[in-house]
Structure formats: C-alpha cells, structure tokens
Ligand binder design. Structure first.
Ligand code: CIR
Length: 263
C-alpha cells in the first residue's frame, strides 16, 4: 500500500479551547460561541481523530489567546517538523511561541522562522509535492515567498493562489480528499487554481462542507453539511461527521482545530 504524506498521519496535536474563546475573532459578530458546548464538541472532534487512527496530544487552554484552539494557524508541519508561521491577526501573533512552549515535545523538530510577512495555516493546503498558499487578509505574498524557500527543503513546490474575498482562509472553501484530489466550493473550483489536480465540487448551498480533513482512511467533516457528507459517502469515502456549530460562530471549522502529521 502506498503511503501518502498528505493524509497518512500517525499523530495530531490539538489545544483545549479557552473560556476566552468568546472573544475569538470573527467576520460576523452576531453570535457568541458557548464555551462549554464548544469544549464538548472539541472532545467529539478528538474522538473522531482517534477513530481515524492517530494519537492525539492535547495542549492546555491558553486564556491569553482566545483563538488558540485553532492550532493549525500557528505552524505548518511537514514530515513531523513544525515550521512556525506568522499569524496575520495581531491578537494571534503570540500563538507560535505558545505552541513551542506547550508543544515542542510532540514534533521531530521545530523550525523557528523570521517570515517577512504574515501567513496563517488556514491558508495553506498541502498535497504530496505541492503546497497551495492562498493570499488573504491574513496571508501576504512576502510570507508565502519566504515559506516557499523553507518548504523547498522538504521537496514541495509552493504555489501562491488567491483566497476568495468574502472568506477568512483558503481552506474555508477547500480541502484535500486524496493525494491528487481537492474538494472546493463551486466558485473556488471554477477559479482554476487547482490546475493539474482533480477537483470535486461541494454542493452550492453548503459552503461549510468544503472544509474537511482527510486522516488516513477517514474524512472528518462538519455535521452541518449533510449533503456534502452524503456526496462524499456515495463516492466511497468513509465519512465521520462532528458538530461544529460553536467553532463556526468564530469562523472555525474542522481543519483549524488540529495539526496532523507523522512521526
Ligand atoms: C480567526 O479569525 O483567526 C479565528 N477566529 C478562526 C480561525 C480559523 N482557522 C482556520 O480556519 N485555520
């Protein structure tokens, strides 16, 4: 059996949500996440990762960083090595340092970086040899250019693409299904950014369904996107759905709540 580094993982790293998550950043201020419900949903998410066959390590809550449950934005992990990123929101700038303090032992190595521009993990979608970096309000060309040099050492070509204007991150509307197939909302699929890859288009009425994570033989995704779950199930994917109502209130989804990698 071939092992693909883009979705065959042995480990995941998560961070327990803080009570301060009610101050999490969001584009739409109309709703507040409920911290206790978010914690319960986070536990179900961790169970799903376990069911997908990875060992999940959990860092303690960081009250100083309301968005720190979204651990994906602080680092890009390639071949078990964490490359620290440069989160584009001011309130999140300290999260890479907090990741080193609480999580260094969970990686093979950590690469400290001095990126000249911001870049969030939510804008980075890694296939086996190609990494897409979506330029957004959180991710700059300068950050992407610096990252391109770092990932070259791991055998990746970094392609800079455009994150659609009305969403937070590139991966808000796209995901990896397998080593050569992306899942994307209709507009992102039509943009042609995944040139050379297969693209499965998610249902028009469920943009929240386009953010999934492939972990070994499972697809973990939001229970709030039943049509997408049905579509992927019919394609032969083994789908696990998890509740995401609370992270969604602060622009979170399934990918951002973990770093997934192999040791
Ligand atoms: C933020 O605005 O930074 C958080 N409230 C949501 C981050 C979601 N991260 C992700 O999708 N990778």
């Amino acid at each position: 059996m071939s092992v693909y580094r883009s979705y065959h993982f042995t480990h995941a790293l998560c961070r327990e949500p803080a009570n301060s998550v009610t101050n999490g950043l969001r584009l739409d201020l109309s709703e507040n996440p409920h911290p206790e419900l978010l914690l319960r949903q986070h536990k179900i998410y961790i169970e799903a990762l376990n069911a997908a066959g990875v060992t999940v390590n959990i860092m303690p809550a960081q009250e100083d960083f309301p968005d720190s449950v979204f651990v994906e934005d602080a680092a890009l992990v390639l071949d078990g090595v964490a490359i620290l990123l440069n989160p584009g929101a001011e309130s999140r700038a300290g999260e890479p340092k907090a990741l080193v303090e609480d999580g260094a032992q969970y990686f093979k190595n950590i690469i400290q970086t001095d990126l000249t521009g911001p870049i969030d993990g939510g804008d980075i979608l890694a296939f086996d040899d190609v990494i897409f970096a979506g330029l957004s309000d959180r991710t700059s060309q300068a950050g992407a250019d610096d990252l391109a040099k770092l990932v070259d050492d791991f055998g990746y070509e970094l392609r800079t693409v455009t994150t659609p204007k009305d969403i937070l991150h590139f991966k808000t509307h796209s995901s990896l299904l397998d080593e050569r197939t992306a899942l994307a909302t209709p507009s992102l699929a039509a943009s042609g950014c995944f040139d050379g890859f297969e693209v499965v288009t998610s249902p028009e009425n469920e943009p929240q369904g386009a953010n999934v994570i492939r972990v070994n033989d499972k697809i973990i995704m939001s229970a709030e996107a039943p049509e997408t779950a049905k579509m992927l199930g019919a394609m032969g994917f083994d789908v696990l759905t998890v509740p995401t109502s609370e992270v969604a209130k602060i622009d979170g989804a399934v990918s951002c709540c973990s770093l997934r990698y192999s040791l």
